[in-house]
Design a protein around this ligand. Sequence first.
Ligand SMILES: Cc1cn([C@H]2C[C@H](O)[C@@H](COP(=O)(O)OP(=O)(O)O[C@H]3O[C@H](C)C(=O)[C@H](O)[C@H]3O)O2)c(=O)[nH]c1=O
Length: 181
Amino acid sequence: MKVTESNLKGCFIIQPHIFKDERGSFFESFNQKVFEELIGQKINFVQDNQSQSSKGVLRGLHFQHREFAQAKLVRVIKGSVQDVVVDLRENSRTFGQHFSIELSEKNNTQLFIPRGFAHGFLALEDDTIFSYKCDNFYNNESESGIIYDDQTLSISWNDLGTSYKLSEKDIMLPKFEDLKL
Ligand SMILES: Cc1cn([C@H]2C[C@H](O)[C@@H](COP(=O)(O)OP(=O)(O)O[C@H]3O[C@H](C)C(=O)[C@H](O)[C@H]3O)O2)c(=O)[nH]c1=O
């Protein structure tokens, strides 16, 4: 397993070791002991989520407030996504900055997103299966987010030649400047 830190402190890119043979391939998608040693902190994931999206679906940017904040370990089982995280840690020197990476069934790359980040992704293929671990439970009342095309964040989402498909909730998310953290 290879781990590199992104430009946002505490956000790690993880490349698992893939064992290949004549039958196909195998890799440990999560090993708590190895993971904690590599990122240098204890983690206790309590909830696994999975979503399926057609090409052009954009989910996010989402986060849960304060004590309900979630660290996430995200990966793509089928298809591919442009994954984007935004640093919302108010004492962080990279507050408001984002990191974008392609996660896919081909590259098996995973992203560890610490608490205090907003997260979203754009599905780049039909029938993309996105799977992730959270270290805190879902809490609907504490949910918030930022509109995906916020001018301040200036995230350049991949141009798929079609309009993006967002939920009613996500279309109404606030601007970064109007966030109440
Ligand atoms: C997140 C979540 C949702 N739900 C229910 C609530 C809704 O009835 C339904 C769909 O939820 P939502 O539209 O918020 O799903 P996504 O747009 O994929 O949300 C996720 O999108 C981005 C990428 C994230 O990182 C978050 O984990 C999460 O906010 O599942 C649950 O029951 N439990 C949950 O943990």
